[in-house]
Design a protein around this ligand. Structure first.
Ligand SMILES: [Zn+2]
Length: 375
């Protein structure tokens, strides 16, 4: 049996975990830069808890809140310049995938003078600022991965910086921060997390340990997905229980640990095109592609797909597809010209060859065609 497992992030999950464990933050210095998006850090209650924890420990801070969805390269250079200007000793990232991924790049660029063309080279020095992450959605798993995924206009897709330097020192998981998320974000982020766990299971780099975590993640998230419905507006009377919120957050973290070891597959590469060109939410993009990708794998290696369905507690591919259809509603339309462009970009992605059954360019075209409406 081969096991090669490395997870250097301390994960603390409980109600009020930041305030209760504030003394752990002190180790990283007396000046923090908090990195957030527009207002989710504030609305979720996470920002106020982080500030209370910092104040309790006598740590001063500044806030950089200019991270948008699918963060740009310019925004992380700007954030890094700000971190240097205020002499930040460490970074605290609060938010969904975008602010957390941007925090990682900022932590790296604050201490390393990398040119834009070197950013995705994989050749980095030996240091980054220490990083603490606080997720406010349950999907990305970024709080436990060594990846920072940024919009790469030169390649017209999203590209990841990958380095062990980007593993956060601490991830604080408090499901209360996800309580006020609208249903659409809850569904899309859950589909992203489920996709991470499933892609991890189908990866050439999967191991006994990553599969155990993937199964656990898939089981928890599927249980929750069954109780979600896109037509349900989450007013006070329909709020999801904290139990479901915790299951989703925990499942998402497990899936993050999985992809930290296995990486993602062509599902993510194909989804990035939908996000880059059509502004489709990242989790939804994966959710649209995943059923057809699984059908493709099933044709060549049905045993692999059976393992995924068993972990989900789903009897057949038809049942799997029906669950996704109910959650996703009407599929996006693309033109044949767009299809051609996406196939070309996705088939050049590094993670195309990461699944045990490797899709050809033609397979990728077929998967897109079955996943979307082509006009
Ligand atoms: Zn993802």
């Amino acid at each position: 049996m081969n096991i090669n497992f490395f997870m250097p992030t301390k994960v603390i999950m409980s109600e009020e975990c930041i305030i209760k464990n504030a003394e752990l933050i002190k180790e990283y210095g007396v000046k923090a830069l908090i990195v957030t998006g527009g207002n989710s850090a504030e609305l979720s209650g996470a920002l106020s808890d982080v500030i209370t924890a910092l104040q309790n420990q006598g740590i001063s801070y500044d806030i950089y809140n200019r991270i948008h969805s699918n963060p740009s390269i310019a925004s992380v250079y700007e954030g890094a310049a700000y971190a240097r200007e205020i002499k930040a000793e460490f970074i605290i990232g609060i938010g969904g995938g975008s602010p957390m991924d941007a925090s990682k790049a900022i932590a790296l660029l604050a201490v390393q003078q990398l040119k834009e063309e070197e950013l995705f080279s994989g050749q980095y020095g030996t240091q980054a600022l220490p990083l603490i992450l606080v997720p406010t959605t349950a999907g990305t798993g970024s709080e436990v991965t060594p990846y920072s995924i940024l919009t790469n206009d030169a390649k017209q897709t999203k590209t990841s910086i990958s380095s062990p330097l980007l593993f956060p020192k601490i991830a604080f998981l408090d499901a209360r921060y996800t309580k006020s998320l609208p249903m659409s974000i809850t569904i899309n982020t859950a589909l992203d997390a489920l996709s991470h766990a499933i892609e991890g299971m189908l990866s050439v780099r999967s191991t006994f340990v990553s599969n155990a975590l993937a199964s656990e993640s898939i089981y928890r998230i599927t249980q929750c997905l069954r109780s979600l419905s896109p037509s349900k507006v989450l007013g006070v009377e329909h709020q999801l229980s904290i139990d479901i919120r915790e299951k989703l957050l925990c499942g998402s973290m497990f899936a993050g640990v999985v992809i930290a070891h296995t990486g993602t597959t062509v599902v993510h590469a194909m989804g990035y095109c939908l996000t880059y060109f059509k502004d489709v939410d990242h989790g939804r993009a994966n959710g649209l592609i995943l059923p057809s990708f699984l059908r493709f794998i099933a044709k060549h290696d049905p045993e692999q797909v059976k393992r995924v369905l068993t972990a989900m507690g789903v009897a057949s591919m038809d049942e799997f597809e029906a669950l996704f259809l109910r959650l996703l509603g009407e599929r996006e339309q693309i033109t044949t010209k767009e299809l051609e462009r996406y196939v070309s970009i996705a088939s050049q992605a590094k993670n195309r060859t990461n699944s045990k059954v490797v899709p050809t360019k033609e397979d990728i075209e077929n998967i897109y065609t079955r996943s979307l409406t082509i006009v």
